[in-house]
Design a protein around this ligand. Structure first.
Ligand code: ADP
Ligand code: MG
Length: 496
């Protein structure tokens, strides 16, 4: 490596580092979250350049984050293959305080008496949080621009830092933290909660791990610890957040925040391959010994192993939600209200009927067969269905009809729209029931039909006599996607 330049931290940064290093803040592991979030930002940025087909250093390096610990050297290392930093970027990003969170933190600390040591976690001081646990931090970085030089940035977090050229650095950033004595726990691998016996993992441990993995501050509403050795070796921790999904969570563009490990080594920080898209609201970690460590992203994508893993995990999660619905229906109903949209998406997007029916068991509808479910009994549709003794589900969401049409059948029962059913079963005889004394005579009925047909020409498809109604004179119906009319109308209205 080349000669080393010594630089002073900007005064504000020095102040911040001083507070961070002396911090008594108990949740020191926030540094891991900060560093992972920087690395995944760096990968996201690289992915963006890749999409635009720009020229990139070490083009074939897969986008990955690795965390390594060394108990002998007492180091914690995180390495990513993201965009990396140029010399000026290292000076700018790791020498000054650019981020608003750090500034706000400093302001608050300066204006409070107890030096605000317990509020670091609230603000998040980004990269500098590594000095909460480290006596020295080395940053190796190589920018994604082809032919870039690599640099080593190193500091003990007091007044200054050194910068020099470095050899043998691959694209991206590697950060090595030399841990303080009292923080040496972070170099011990037994960190891995998911390898423990489910019984040994306490609710607090779940909570803490969930916050770390999902990068949020609430609690998990469901925690699932899944361990199996057949048909695959799987150690998984899944969480459903307490918070309601945001628009961002609901977007199909949003990546899953699931992490894939093999034998405690991270293979991918955000992977969409382990669970189907519709389960993207599930946060967590999947570790499988059966996945080779050096498998590339492309190979993973079309591996039958991954397909198998996906299938096993999907079935496990569906089963878990079904069990929850039985165990605590009130809690489940709240969950369904918040997250039910994902199940509907699951039905529409899953190719196998078995999976679709499995998911559909998680749906909840008001039904005519339930005591409280006869709200619309007075409608002519209900009258016809009642005569037939058919069970009617009430769909209040416009897209639900699309979902059920897509499902087609449930428990070997055919699902069909009430309007559809009416039209199909009305028959073509056009004769009145002569025994029914309340009915019009055949002659009167024919006159009425002819009058309706001539008056409504081109505005109706057919006018027919039906014996399926007794207390309603008529029903207007459409042939297909009855209640989806509303859906179509809103979609078109939104688009134009
Ligand atoms: P923030 O992430 O809020 O910007 P940080 O202190 O965490 O603040 O990081 C400061 C800056 O340093 C980032 O904005 C980014 O430009 C740069 N940086 C930090 N870590 C990395 C990394 N692993 N790869 C590339 N750039 C990084
Ligand atoms: Mg950051």
């Amino acid at each position: 490596s080349g000669p080393s330049e010594n630089h002073e931290f900007q005064a504000e940064t020095r102040k911040l580092l001083d507070i961070v290093a002396r911090s008594l803040y108990s949740e020191k592991e926030v540094f891991i979250r900060e560093l992972i979030s920087n690395s995944s930002d760096a990968l996201e940025k690289l992915r963006y350049f890749q999409l635009n087909d720009e020229n990139i250093e070490d083009r074939d390096l897969p986008l990955e984050i690795h965390i390594k610990t060394d108990e002998n050297k007492k180091t914690f290392t995180i390495q990513d293959t993201g965009i990396g930093m140029k010399k000026e970027e290292l000076l700018e990003n790791l020498g000054t305080i650019a981020r608003s969170g750090s500034k706000a933190f400093l302001d608050t600390v300066e204006n409070s008496s107890d030096a605000g040591k317990n509020i670091i976690g609230q603000f998040g001081v980004g990269f500098y949080s590594s000095f909460m646990v480290g006596t020295k931090v080395d940053v190796y970085s190589k920018c994604m621009e082809p032919g870039s030089k690599a640099y080593k940035w190193t500091s003990d977090g007091t007044g200054t830092y050194d910068l020099s050229e470095a050899e043998g650095v691959q694209r991206g950033t590697k950060i090595v933290i030399h841990l303080r004595g009292e923080s040496s726990e972070y170099c011990v691998e037994s960190y891995a909660l998911w390898m423990m016996e489910p019984k040994e993992v306490t609710e607090d441990m779940h909570e803490e791990f969930y916050r770390f993995i999902a990068n949020v501050y609430d609690k998990p509403r469901y925690s699932i610890h899944y361990k199996t050795d057949a048909p695959l070796n799987i150690r998984a921790l899944f969480y459903v957040p307490e918070y309601k999904p945001t628009l961002f969570d609901m977007s199909r563009e949003t990546d899953s925040s699931l992490q894939l490990y093999s034998r405690k080594v991270m293979i991918m920080a955000r992977t969409n391959m382990i669970l189907p898209k519709w389960l993207r609201f599930v946060k967590g970690v999947v570790d499988s010994e059966d996945i080779p460590l050096n498998l590339s992203r492309e190979l993973l994508q079309d591996s039958s192993l991954i397909r198998k893993l996906q299938q096993v995990l999907t079935n496990r999660l569906i089963k878990f939600f079904q069990d929850q619905a039985k165990k605590d229906p009130v809690r489940y109903d709240q969950f369904y209200e918040d997250y039910g949209l994902f199940f509907r998406e699951g039905i529409v997007t899953s190719p196998e009927q078995e999976t679709r029916e499995n998911i559909s068991r998680l749906l909840r509808f008001e039904s005519s067969k339930l005591p409280a479910g006869e709200r619309t009994k007075t409608s002519p549709y209900m009258e016809a269905m009642h005569k037939k003794d058919a069970e009617v589900l009430f769909l209040y969401e416009s897209y639900d009809e699309l979902v059920l049409m897509n499902l087609g059948q449930f428990d070997r029962k055919t699902l069909s729209g009430v309007e559809n059913d009416l039209v199909d079963n009305v028959g073509d005889s056009n004769t009145v029931d002569e025994k029914d004394t309340t009915s019009l005579s055949q002659a009167d009925a024919d006159t009425l039909m002819n009058w309706l047909k001539s008056t409504l020409t081109n505005r109706v498809h057919k006018v027919k006599i039906t014996n399926r109604l007794s207390s309603h004179p008529c029903v207007i119906s459409v042939q297909e996607m009855g209640s989806a009319r509303h859906f179509l109308r809103t979609t078109f209205a939104d688009n134009h």
